[in-house]
Design a binder for this molecule. Structure first.
Ligand code: SF4
Length: 372
């Protein structure tokens, strides 16, 4: 199947009842692909409904689109497909999304949809998502670029979006009703248009004082410059996300943090993702955590999962043990704020004074309550 419109033409009627299925895996964000599909079909005059199992639609669908997310959430996708197939036997099921794109053979074997859509749907790139399907959601989700200039060995982006393609403007992707825009660009600063887009955002903020921005996938520290730092500092961003995945980026990251701080970004706003359980060792991870806490920024430990993992948290890298990985998870739960370790004095001392990661992660047992 070459293009999306050819897929649509293969369905038996001209006006369609379109069922968009969002499987019941955890997701903080609405299913953008389905919202775009909905907008596309509504423009054709089709009826669309979004459901999560066990919700039952008000019509009998002519086509059932099911999205997918992380590979390790595939069983929820299988459940969703099985459920709606049972309700509407014989109706074509189209499976798309990240898992379907990364592991089409596995999806075919386990889920057996009628069609698997791999990668992005280029016909939907310019379309505004149909946010009416998620009435509680109050933000624009935008991509001003696809792909990435880098080829990090742990990342799915080079497989999912092999070409780096950029838009020169963001204006028409932002829904004017909302006070926030969430950028899902994999590497926003790699776009040759990023400075112009930052200026656009500054202008929107002038008109809408409370307009919030989130570069949700993080900013590439190696691409921070005095100009983009100044523009970033003048936006309303509750979090500035960066990454520290390898000690070889130490100098570039410190330079980026300093540059952003000089431009006016408060240290409290930084959250730096620190991947572990990849090719690092526990000592290497500890030294990155120590760097970040000593620089006064929050650390968000991020456990590496292979891009084809079928079970979450099942991979243990050489040098790591399941017990140590569990200790990191516990320390995030107990010491963390929304999963991150802030650079609070006591926490900083705990990590900076520790001879090794295990000692840093030991949690004090709660005091016993003595009955009087
Ligand atoms: S820079 Fe980010 S998006 Fe690009 S390949 Fe590396 S991890 Fe993936």
């Amino acid at each position: 199947m070459d293009t999306f419109s050819r897929l649509i033409d293969s369905f038996p009627c001209s006006k369609l009842n379109v069922l968009c299925v969002w499987p019941r895996y955890y997701s903080k964000y609405p299913p953008l692909g389905l919202l775009k599909l909905s907008a596309y079909h509504r423009l054709r005059g089709d009826m669309v409904q979004l459901v999560r199992p066990p919700e039952i639609p008000e019509f009998t669908p002519d086509v059932i689109y099911v999205t997918s997310l992380f590979t390790y959430a595939w069983e929820k996708v299988k459940e969703a497909v099985g459920y709606y197939r049972h309700l509407f036997p014989g109706k074509p099921v189209v499976l798309g999304g990240i898992y379907a794109s990364l592991m089409p053979e596995h999806a075919q074997e386990e889920i057996k949809p009628d069609y698997i859509w791999r990668g992005i749907v280029s016909e939907l790139e310019e379309i505004l998502p149909d946010y009416s399907l998620v009435p509680g959601w109050k933000g624009s989700i935008v991509f001003t670029s696809r792909g990435c200039i880098r080829n990090c060995p742990f990342c799915a982006v080079p497989v999912l979006e092999p070409d780096f393609v950029c838009r020169s403007s963001v204006g028409d992707l932002i829904n004017k009703k909302y006070n926030q825009a969430i950028f899902w660009d994999n590497n926003f600063l790699a776009s040759p248009y990023h400075q112009e887009i930052l200026e656009e955002l500054i202008n929107i903020k002038k008109a809408k004082r409370y307009f919030q921005i989130d570069f949700n996938q993080g900013l590439d520290a190696r691409l921070i410059t005095p100009d983009n730092a100044a523009a970033i500092a003048s936006l309303r961003m509750s979090v500035v996300r960066l990454a520290y995945d390898s000690t070889c980026h130490r100098k570039a990251l410190k330079r980026a943090i300093d540059m952003l701080c000089e431009a006016g970004v408060s240290k409290k706003r930084f959250v730096v993702y620190a991947m572990f359980n990849f090719e690092d060792t526990p000592d290497d991870f500890l030294s990155r955590v120590q760097d970040l806490l000593s620089w006064g920024v929050a650390v968000y430990p991020m456990r590496y999962q292979p891009i084809d993992a079928l079970k979450k948290d099942s991979y243990v890298a050489p040098g790591w043990t399941p017990e140590l990985l569990e200790m990191v998870a516990d320390a995030r739960r107990v010491l963390g704020v929304h999963g991150a370790w802030p650079s609070y004095e006591a926490l900083k001392r705990k990590f900076l004074d520790a001879p090794d990661l295990r000692s840093a992660l030991i949690l004090r047992k709660p005091k016993e309550v003595v009955a009087i």
